[in-house]
Design a protein around this ligand. Sequence first.
Ligand SMILES: [Zn+2]
Length: 80
Amino acid sequence: MFNATSAPAGGVVLDWRHATIGPLAPCVLCGLPALCRSPVKDTPCHKRCAEAWITSHATSPIHLAHLIAAHSARSPNGGA
Ligand SMILES: [Zn+2]
């Protein structure tokens, strides 16, 4: 039986469709040049770096969901 409510381990996928692009600047997580800006903090950051950071810092499924929500852009329309 599948458990559809639990996030797969290492399967963090952030919704950064609304993330902006800026000049190349060091990623705040890995230090390599990044074009992508965090939609929440507006800092240079690779989406995959943010996803990896969340995966490594989450201490529980609830904490994981909280981190994902905290680092995803809020959609004003509530959906695509
Ligand atoms: Zn990075």
